[in-house]
Design a protein around this ligand. Structure first.
Ligand code: SAM
Ligand code: DTB
Ligand code: SF4
Length: 331
């Protein structure tokens, strides 16, 4: 069989991160286009300079307010605009949240992430979430919440309650964004991220791949994340979970190696970030997940559920980590 040669960029054409200077899309594209083995080697090198390559951080998710969301995010089963079979619920009582947090801790997670299907929270809702943050922290877990867009005072309030991380994703490149979401702008997201940063909360910000975006658009997402100043402490890379009833239910499948490349490029451009292998693991076999760890992923969602969709069983994940000789790391 004839195999067309892949153009190989000279390694010198692929820049390292420069102090304080921004990445551009061509540079990040050059990373994406490296031969796979070279890209993984480069990502491993960066990874090992900043982290123990055999350690992973585990976060457990809980949906504290499910469904009925007014936004139109085309990937999301929780939008009230689509019929994805998700029932709309009320904010969970504190006791239920604490029971789930204690179970997460007992299972070995170090961070507990609470997600709410809101466009932006109301004052009384932020108060209730602050109580949850305080109580979960007292169990000895790190806390993360994702509640939609925030106002300045709300970010401050969450910080005062002791919140460690706020998750708010850019989701995709600016030029592809309008195809996926119309009810809030890219700038709205950047503004919330700025408020979170200003309040002194650590930023958890990433995106979704496999929504039909081009490689250049994946590079565009990474450029946006890496050029946040400073870049996020935590970068969730989600593989789209194609949920029936959502507009992206039939999105074209993404080549698995392209997903691994995205992780590697995130690692190289954001060397000190926790890069999280996030949604979509249920559809990845163990060899692919191991490649993601080699590419520099050093965090994952752990627990049988994400927000409304499934995640690998805890026992299966423990077994995977054991077979790979990986240990659980705090923070
Ligand atoms: N409503 C809040 C917001 O959007 O800011 C917080 C919760 S929202 C569900 C959190 C993130 O989950 C989204 O930004 C998106 O990146 C991710 N997400 C939602 N549905 C997904 C899906 N089907 N596949 C992969 N990631 C998904
Ligand atoms: C993130 O980037 N991924 C998580 C978390 N942050 C909140 C959510 C994934 C949701 C997947 C679809 C669902 O389970 O509803
Ligand atoms: Fe609502 Fe968040 Fe889902 Fe968008 S991603 S529809 S804002 S819950």
């Amino acid at each position: 069989m004839q195999i067309d040669p892949v153009p190989v960029p000279a390694s010198s054409a692929v820049p390292s991160r420069r102090n304080g200077s921004a990445w551009n899309v061509d540079e990040v594209m050059a990373l994406f286009e490296m031969p796979f083995a070279d890209l993984l080697f480069r990502a491993q090198d960066v990874h090992r300079r900043h982290f123990d390559a055999n350690a992973i951080q585990l976060s457990t998710l809980l949906s504290i307010k499910t469904g009925g969301c007014p936004e139109d995010c085309g990937y999301c089963p929780q939008s009230a605009r689509y019929d994805a079979g998700v029932e709309s619920g009320k904010l969970l009582p504190l006791d239920d949240v604490l029971t789930a947090a204690q179970a997460a801790k007992d299972n070995g997670a170090t961070r507990f992430c609470m997600g709410a299907a809101w466009r932006s929270p109301k004052a009384h809702q932020v108060e209730a979430v602050c109580e949850m943050v305080q109580a979960v922290k007292q169990l000895g877990l790190e806390t993360c919440v994702t509640l939609g867009m925030l106002k300045d005072a709300q970010a401050q309030q969450l910080r005062e309650a002791g919140l460690d991380y706020y998750n708010h994703n850019l989701d995709t490149a600016p030029e592809f964004y309008g195809r996926i979401i119309t009810t809030r702008t890219y700038q709205d997201r950047l503004d919330t991220l700025e408020r979170v940063r200003e309040a002194g909360i650590k930023v958890c910000c990433g995106g979704i791949v496999g929504m039909g975006e081009s490689r250049r658009e994946r590079a565009g997402l990474i450029v946006q994340l890496a050029n946040l100043d400073p870049y996020p402490e935590s970068v969730p890379i989600n593989h789209l979970v194609r949920v029936q009833g959502t507009p992206l239910a039939d999105a074209p499948p993404l080549d698995a190696f392209e997903f691994v490349r995205t992780i590697a490029v995130a690692r190289i451009t954001m060397p000190e970030a926790r890069v999280r292998l996030s949604a979509g693991r249920e559809e990845m076999n163990e060899a692919l997940q191991a490649l993601c760890f080699l590419a520099g992923a050093n965090s994952m969602f752990y627990g049988d559920r994400l927000l409304t969709t499934g995640n690998p069983q805890i026992e299966a994940d423990r077994n995977l980590l054991h077979r790979l000789g990986m240990r659980v790391d705090a923070g």
